[in-house]
Ligand binder design. Structure first.
Ligand code: NAD
Length: 273
């Protein structure tokens, strides 16, 4: 093995011995982030909804492919009590959650005046309040260790709005406010807190929007992608879950120790407008 490849190997396993909890990691961006952190050696706590057999297979694959431990919590993040149970389980099993990635999120599209009230409450609870609960429960052990990373998956919609997404946009702006507040409170304890703000990334959440809009307007998928979803995204392509995983991995690294309270746009130039 050459000197260079030895060094690369060390960098690749930079999170050995650490534990990462990624909410909403049974699919899409969360799964991409969990895989990136596991590849770097972190044990992972997966969370999310879905079919139990599929989730068991995902957990097994993440663990086996990366030589780490992977456990799964089925906590429904709209329920604070279930979040407490998930955090207790993670801390009991691994001693601490060193890297917390708040990623779980849902979407609903409707004008403000007809936005279903229960959808508003659900989006606020899953997309925003759950990040408050996981962070408040993870912080004490992070402070004790003098090291911790909180990465919140916000959105370009945490920086700018689009019509018909009132709850989502409000929640994502809230996530950025929460990110900055935690960053200030934790700044002297070795714990950083940052938000990643992706533009459109191709995942099941986006597929549902393509399908929904194509049906609602009676137009082809390609037209929805070009004229609606990517209309604001100057690079005219979807981001990938691997790209978001790579940013989360960087924010979890020691090299990112001075980055805290940031909202990093990964949106192909959308919010540069
Ligand atoms: P996705 O639908 O593929 O995944 C969402 C995950 O959240 C799933 O694992 C799902 O099971 C989980 N989840 C949903 N409700 C839950 C609940 N009540 N309790 C626990 N888990 C729950 O979506 P995605 O596109 O990968 O989105 C992930 C995050 O990235 C979301 O916060 C989303 O707002 C954000 N985001 C996505 C995009 C995009 O274009 N895909 C862009 C910007 C931001």
């Amino acid at each position: 093995m050459t000197y260079q490849s030895k060094e690369m190997k060390a960098v690749e396993r930079s999170l050995l011995g650490k534990t990462a909890l990624v909410t909403g990691s049974t699919s899409g961006i969360g799964l991409g982030v969990a895989q990136a952190l596991a590849r770097a050696g972190a044990n992972v706590v997966l969370n999310g909804l879905g079919e139990p057999r599929t989730i068991a297979r995902i957990a097994c694959e993440v663990a086996r492919a990366n030589g780490v431990d992977a456990i799964y919590s089925g906590a429904d993040l709209s329920r604070p009590q279930e979040i407490e149970t998930m955090m207790d389980e993670a801390i009991r099993r691994f001693g601490a959650v060193d890297i917390l990635v708040n990623n779980a999120g849902i979407q609903h599209v409707a004008p403000v005046e007809s936005f279903p009230v229960e959808k508003w409450d659900l989006i606020l609870s899953i997309n925003l309040s759950s990040a408050f609960h996981t962070a408040r429960l993870a912080l004490p052990a992070m402070r004790d260790k003098g090291w911790g990373r909180i990465v919140n998956i916000a959105s370009a919609h945490g920086l700018v709005a689009s019509p018909f997404k009132s709850a989502y946009v409000a929640a994502k702006h809230g996530v950025i406010g929460l990110t900055k507040t935690i960053a200030l409170e934790a700044a002297q304890s070795g714990v950083t807190c940052n938000a990643i703000c992706p533009g459109y990334v191709y995942t099941p959440l986006v597929e549902a929007q393509i399908e929904g809009q194509a049906k609602a307007h009676g137009v082809a998928r390609e037209q929805v992608i070009r004229d609606v979803l990517l209309a604001q995204q100057p690079n005219k392509r979807f981001g990938t879950v691997e790209e978001i995983g790579a940013i989360a991995l960087f924010l979890a690294s020691d090299g990112a120790a001075s980055i805290t309270g940031a909202a990093l746009a990964a949106d192909g130039g959308w919010t540069a407008h």
